[in-house]
Design a binder for this molecule. Sequence first.
Ligand code: GLN
Length: 381
Amino acid sequence: MLSRRIGHFVESVIRDMTRLSLKYDAINLAQGFPDFPAPQELKQAGATAIMEDYNQYSITWGAKDLRDEISRKALKYNNIEADPDSEITVTCGSTEAMMDAMLALINEGDEVVIFEPFYENYGPDSAVSGAVPRFVPLKDDYSINEDALVSAFNKKTRALILNTPNNPCGKVFTKEEFKLIAELCIEHDVIAVTDEIYEHILYDNNKHISIASLPEMKDRTLTISGFSKTYSVTGWRIGYAIAQKDITSAIRKVHDFLTVGAPAPLQHACVTALRFPDSYYKDLAGMYDRKRKILYNSLINAGFKCKMPGGAYYILADFPEETGMDDMAFAKYLVSEIGVACVPGSSFYISKEGKHKLRFTFSKKDETLIEAARRLEKLKI
Ligand code: GLN
């Protein structure tokens, strides 16, 4: 007999679409990872760290030099004061940090508020930790429906998961929305668990705000980020969680027994990443802005309806009912017949809303996106 917890969810559809993409030799706009190289200096730092013999376990909660650097970055970029010795944990990607967070905070039956559309992992994170998810749909323009949010909070609410900039819809939450969320968290004694992995991928002069920097929020926020997206090293699996010391010590226990530690040489190399000049981040956002426009134009041209995302590197697009297919069937058709892989919208929705949506990533070389555009043109829905 298998665990009931595991029966509640399926394997990642995102990664399943990658497998289908390989099978059909399609262009993979499904899984959000770059098909271009990581920065040369960072790759060199990784190779050097191995040659310098950073090859044994680091301290379970993260190499000291990396935690120091994360602390400096958190203050400068996120306006969060975090003690590297007691408030920062380095994890195997932000995916592990999110699961650690849930296991550290949740008792069976506690409720967790999750905005819809949501990142695929939050469902399984809830199932494994025993949380009851309370999904709060964002409005059509992806702004918060205040009444729906207020009524989602009750005595059982333990945490709220926030992902900004958002995967899959590209929403960047506004100052007013942060204020509302913070007020509700304070009023109901709720922890904000915030996934900020796309914090440097912002467009149209959007600015990143970490909810932990708002008054009275530092001690009730668990801030999660990582190196995968900002430095194009999704396979390195280095992420981190920042939280006040009691929450951090709970996270460290889960992390220790799950993984012992994140890869030691790569942690050491990530110190180099955090010392990149400001121009690196400007160039990164500029590069993704260009890619965002290429994908947006090709989706519009092929007959999809979509909005320009305000951040992150995905576009969530509507396809017309006339296709007669649901999202799963249409995604399978696209990968097998058109040669472009994407993710069916229902991976990001509990409601039916996802059934007529698909998510495409633009974290790919311009030439990959241009070839995808050429293939999508055949579609003309
Ligand atoms: N975050 C990426 C996405 O949404 C990758 C997911 C994964 O496979 N870890 O596509």
